[in-house]
Design a protein around this ligand. Sequence first.
Ligand code: EPZ
Length: 419
Amino acid sequence: MESFIIEGRKNLEGIVDIGGSKNAALPILASTVISGREYIIENIPDIEDVRDMFEILTIMGCKIQFDNGIALIDTRNITTHAVPEKQVRKIRSSIILMGAVLLRTGKVEITYPGGCEIGLRPIDLHLKGLKKLGVELLEKNGLLVGSVKEPLGCEIQLDYPSVGATENIMLFAVGISGKTVIYNSAKEPEIVDLQNFLNACGYSVSGAGTGTITIEGNTNQVTETVEYKIISDRIEAGTYLSAAASMKSKIYIRNIEKTHFKSITSVYEDAGCEIRETHGTIVVSNNSRLNAIEKVTTQPYPGFPTDMQAQFMASMSVANGTTIIEETVFDSRFKHVPELQKMGADITTVGRVAVIDGVPRLHGAEVYAKDLRGGAALVIAALGAEGITKVNNIYHLNRGYEKFMEKLRNLGVIITTID
Ligand code: EPZ
């Protein structure tokens, strides 16, 4: 298992180019299964989760060439409706293949994706929506077996604006007869990107980003090649912002859409970080210790993202004052807390609430990444800590951060890996 060895420092300077969004790429790759054609998709991040999705699509019969962020995907020859179990266990987000495989083949077999490091991760909202659209779903010893019975568009009210449930319903509803309206849908920029991709494929989806998505079902097969470019990764951008905010810094964050990132930058501006935009580049200047923020609560978009909670906690661990963070989206997303405490962070948690009393500086330690964003938080803490930090289990980080070590080195960080 690889580890990072990071030498703490007092400042960060340099340029970081943001890659394609992991959470836009995964549903868009899943939706290429819907109709058999060729796709040329740009700005795909070269990360483990994407590689795992490519592996699933290849096992199911697709042909994929991937180089320098561009994928040429041929889905004309899907050979099975069974999503390979081994890979589903590696990335639970492959559950969004359900809607696409059902639409393409009329059937699906997929392993119930278990919980993961951040919580139980139920899929009841996915299943409820698909059943309402005319899918019969049975569970047989941990396997979900679905078949399309009488597909017809309808109105669906989501009990919670689930990103995955919204995506699965969209990927099935686009290709059946009738109109589907999803109320209380997720509003994330990645949902808007999926809508734009589906429309580029000839489907009719509108309203993404507003909380109500309308889909005019379209059963005719369109086969010409589709070209598309994925949006940038707002969480990757927020992760580098958190690093810059944790010490004196001046960094230039390039290739990010400022509006996607607003709920993150506004919190850091409140904490005293100077953030400005020039020619599409976000310039972050931090000349003094951040001030604590009284309370931040994670919310579905456009609220403060749960995927930034751990990174924000690392920044606040060295802020001036006390910050309260409430995690309302996942039920077990504080696994980075004991690791930050090993580095001297003063954090108390009660249920889904963490109270962070900022200390002047953390110190190096040997710590363990437990999940993707918690691992990023440990790296952020290590960057500004006194001395050397060893971050173990960095395979978690490889799932979602492309060229992480290279990008940190470009900001002046002394970082190496060891096995
Ligand atoms: C997506 O996960 C993202 N993953 C997550 O990013 C992100 O944290 C999450 O959305 C929220 O923004 C991808 O897009 C691949 P949800 P998803 O369905 O779709 C509950 C990262 O670090 N729920 O919006 O699984 C669920 O338990 C990852 O990049 C149900 O109860 O998120 C959770 O508490 C982590 N029933 C809440 O909703 C359901 O049927 C949010 O889940 C579905 C979800």
